[in-house]
Design a protein around this ligand. Structure first.
Ligand SMILES: [Zn+2]
Ligand SMILES: [Zn+2]
Length: 300
């Protein structure tokens, strides 16, 4: 599982330092989490194919997290998209989207399926390859984090060996499930000769915009990677609390409490010129900390 960070492409000096959109890639499929202004431009720039994007998740209705949505939804239609798009977002977003489309007399070329986020936690979507649930965080307005879990597709086939042992294609799914191959004459070809271990199941917790609180720890426990906002440095911890944001030390505490393996920090206030102090602060509590930079991808 991979996360690509997309900047909030606004004219404000915060550009690139307040990366609010993220693309989670699982087996080649993209999930978009939040969609700040200009997200569609950044997706194109960083080679994120829209044809591989079917699910969009919006954490809350502050502009830096969804102002790019109407543009993206409209552009996909202009390009004649047919495949459905599934949108998981606060309930109030749908009348707004509908209004925008109605005013322009636009009929989308594809079905847009809307799923309002529940008040508390809940399951949003489960496919063969991933599962996404949401959980409430504590922000100035209603806000949700998302837990993305990849699923294993079973064992990985070794194509050369499968060909050498003349395994028929229809048997491949059974090999992935760990079965041995039995020839008609009764010879057994051991599964270990034909496959290796499949990709690990991973958990990625996106904690959106939130003040420092352990109220959602139960939902992100044992995540491999936690994304946590760090809008302010710790010297401004009071301000962070007042504005329902967090500091690197607080994000690191959360990662530690949750037993995470890796912490990704982002959403930096434009008042700071350097990002290094954010990482340095977090690392005093949680050494394995990465800084979310526009355009970069991270294994999570
Ligand atoms: Zn916010
Ligand atoms: Zn924000």
């Amino acid at each position: 599982m991979k996360v690509t960070i997309l900047g909030n492409n606004s004219a404000l000096p915060a550009f690139g330092r307040n990366p609010t959109a993220q693309v989670v890639t699982i087996y080649g499929e993209h999930l978009l989490i939040d969609c700040g202004e200009g997200t569609q431009v950044q997706m194109q720039k960083h080679g994120i194919k829209w044809s591989k994007l079917n699910h969009i998740f919006i954490s809350h209705l502050h502009g830096d997290h969804y102002f790019g949505l109407p543009g993206l939804i409209n552009s996909m239609s202009l390009l004649g998209r047919q495949a459905p798009v599934y949108l998981y977002a606060p309930a109030a977003i749908m009348p707004m989207m509908q209004n925008i489309l109605d005013l322009a007399d636009t009929v989308l070329t594809y079905p847009l399926h809307f799923h309002p986020l529940p008040e508390g936690s809940g399951m949003l979507v489960e496919t063969e390859t991933f599962k996404v649930t949401c959980f409430p965080v504590e922000h100035r307005i209603a806000c949700h984090g998302f837990l993305v879990e990849s699923k294993t597709k079973g064992r990985k086939l070794l194509p050369v060996q499968c060909r050498d042992y003349e395994i028929p294609r229809y048997y491949y799914d059974r090999l992935k499930m760990g079965e041995d191959y039995v020839r008609k004459d009764g010879t057994v070809i051991k599964n270990e000769l034909l496959t290796t271990e499949g990709p690990e199941v991973k958990k990625y917790a996106y904690c959106a915009d939130t003040l420092f609180t352990d109220s959602f720890i139960q939902y992100i426990k044992d995540a491999d990677t936690i994304y946590h906002e760090t809008t302010y440095l710790h010297a401004d911890a009071e301000k962070a609390k007042m504005r329902y944001h967090s500091t690197p030390i607080q994000a690191a505490e959360i990662a530690k409490m949750a037993g995470a393996k890796q912490l990704l920090i982002g959403h930096f206030s434009s008042k700071y010129r350097e990002l290094a102090p954010f990482r340095d602060e977090a690392m005093t509590v949680f050494p394995n900390t990465l800084v979310a930079i526009e355009g970069n991808s991270y294994d999570v």
